[in-house]
Design a protein. Structure first.
Length: 215
């Protein structure tokens, strides 16, 4: 089963809803080790995307949707999240290209491109206690699932599960990047808000895929 424009639009709508539902949680996580605006910024960004979905032209592709999200987040989301997520979605859009349907290999490709964009922009590595700690295991899981013959839904479900594990694994880490790094050892014991929001977004992608498949 390939994932098309319907899935991409549903992913955005589900992303906006899940970010809104978890806005306070993300604010709280960010307040503990950052400046406390992650939930508010992410919610504002995805709410700004929603009305623009109605302006997508006939024949739009998943890549067009990803590009729309990228440009909107870059222009509306403050702090570090805007440039990081904006770059992620932009690189994912480039990887998706003009394809009207994305199979498991393509899904692994867009997730890889998104992760690489985040790394390029933020200069973070696994273990730095950032969103990269959710994205890298997600990429590895999606790539492995695709290689094992999973469909696009299976690849996204594997990615989401791995992202949740990666987000949870940031709790004992000492931050080496971003505002949280200023806290030094005091940053340990707190989950990284960017890793948490990444897991939420990847779960939304998997849920949208499951809905497309009628699962």
């Amino acid at each position: 089963m390939g994932l098309d424009i319907t899935w991409a639009v549903d992913w955005v709508r589900r992303s906006a809803q899940v970010v809104s539902d978890h806005r306070i949680e993300l604010i709280t996580l960010d307040r503990e080790i950052g400046d406390g605006d992650h939930g508010e910024n992410m919610d504002r960004g995805f709410q700004a995307v929603l009305p623009k979905l109605d302006d997508l032209h006939a024949g739009s592709t998943p890549g067009d949707v990803l590009k729309l999200v990228a440009t909107t987040l870059i222009s509306t989301v403050g702090g570090a999240a805007g440039p990081l997520y904006g770059t992620a979605y932009l690189k994912a859009a480039v990887a998706a290209g003009d394809s009207v349907s994305l199979d498991a290999e393509a899904i692994a490709g867009i997730l890889t491109a998104a992760r690489d964009g985040i790394v390029l922009r933020g200069k973070a590595e696994p273990g730095d206690k950032t969103m990269v700690d959710a994205w890298t295991p997600a990429v590895d899981a999606a790539t492995a699932a695709a290689a094992d013959g999973a469909d696009a839904l299976g690849a996204l479900q594997a990615a989401a599960s791995a992202a949740w594990e990666g987000a949870a694994a940031t709790e004992p880490l000492v931050a080496r990047k971003g505002r949280a790094s200023y806290l030094g050892e005091r940053s340990a014991g707190h989950r990284d808000p960017g890793a948490e929001s990444s897991a939420l977004l990847l779960q939304a992608a998997a849920d949208a895929a499951a809905a497309s498949a009628g699962a």
